[in-house]
Design a protein. Sequence first.
Length: 596
Amino acid sequence: HEVAGNRVSEDAVRIPLSEIFADTRVKFVTDEIVSYDFCNNRVCSAKNNYDYDYLVVAVGSTPNFFGIPGLQENALTIWSFEDAVRIRDHIIDCFVKAASEQDPEERKRLLTFVVGGAGFTGIEMIGELAQWVKKLCREHEIPRTDVRLVILDMLDRILSVLSEKNSKKGQEYLEKKLGVEVLVNAAVKQAYADRIEVGDTVIPSRTLIWTAGVRASIDADDMDVDKGGSERVLTDAFLRLKGIENVYGIGDFCVVCKLEGKASPALVENAIQTGHTAAVNVLRHLRGQPLEKSEVKLHGVMVSIGNYFAVSSLMGKEYPSWISLLAKYMVNVHYLFGIMGFAGPLTYLRHELLHRRQQKTFLEKHYTKTTQTWWLFPLRLFLGYTWLSEGIAKLQQGWLGSPKLAAFLGMAGDTDATTAATGVAGVITGVGKMFVDINLKIFHLQIGQMENIVSGITMEGNVFAKLKLLEFGDFELVNQILKHIVLASDGVTMVFQVLVVLAEIALGLMFLGGAFTFIASVLSIGLMLMFLTSTGVYAHTWWVFFGAFAAMGGSGRAFGLDHWIMPYLDRVWTSWRKNAKLRLFFPKSNRKANRS
């Protein structure tokens, strides 16, 4: 529905099977099976035969048209990726034609969009469409009042599997916020290319999106097995097709007959959990172990209605819209991680949060702006140079030979402190003007200007910033840590000195080479915060703190080693997750070899 409603591009929902099975021993074959020979353990396509020892049938379901005249020929369905793209293109075409249509009746038909079925899919589809229509009207200079959006259902309320409260909330949002007509107790009698008969009413429309029913895939029609309602194949409690021990059925293609006579619903959780059970039972059968019964545990459902509203029933409880939306995102991330590893959720969130096409809030219009990563290349190099030069300077000052940290922190003895403070003979440094002085005890932020007294003449010095934490009387958290831990002894001090020098040099090399730049940016921010809360930082170095935030945005992927490191590490992680074995080397042809 998100692709059909043009919220995201098709790339956001397309899951490449070749990528899923890459670096595994799974041979991925694309072919269309036309017949099933369970007696001889064989499935056949038009040109090939495939013999099997065990078969798992997961062919899903297809729209159910219930024999309504003209419905299959004239309605659009939303049951596949191709369906979603077809709906999106059809809606755009309707607006393009309506913008120049002179016949008012035909224009009305072009701008009337009907969704049949007010279940989960239908409600989410009309919600996406209602959001998108606002943008389409602006682009084609069509008044929103000229567009008619209708959702209808033969039952007496929408979202009938949810509570009446959720149903009412959803309907009110559709009608009052999105301008959708909700027709209940309305059954489609016949569908034509230019109109829909609903009871005694005729709705002139060129668009009917049918979501009101599903049945098992048409593959089930040719299977000589027991079937239940909507042609769904019957399985036993172990997911085996009845009477066939080495063939398993999973997902909404089948009905799992439990001991109490109930069938699992056609939901995502059912598909995932039955798929896991079937895999376990194949292994158990091979090992001669007792099979595991299918016990689908449903945790709830979330239904989004456009971008900013949702209803839910989770673990028997109903939640506000914002929690429902958040839960939907989290569930999608969870499922995608299980299939694709980190790549799945990252791709999904990137499209949902950064590349969403529909109406955006004020903040979204700004934080979704993107730019080319190579613009950060000069900044990354300068960050690297700055940290590397700082580290080398400390090496030249003998930081690896003797304790220097106390003087650096301004906490040395009198002689050292005087030397550190003056730097140049005859110069005495102190705090002059204070521009910002916010003391909330928990933190104390100071921004001011140093003043230098040279031969009795006061001169303005550098602007500085310092942050004190948990300051109560003579107690200050960072100061106490420095005194009692970092500077507790020369040995401990040397350890911290060496760590600071190595960290600065490492950060310099990481930024210069563009390797692990996100980690380098986080460490860079951490070091700057450490300096801010200990020595304070001068204004001419503040840019390092803010520059590190900018460098987080993938700066190492352009003219940097991250261009190769990140994809490689993702592949190592994915291979380990799939195979439970650490693998560091991959043949170049491996990904393609899994597909034939």
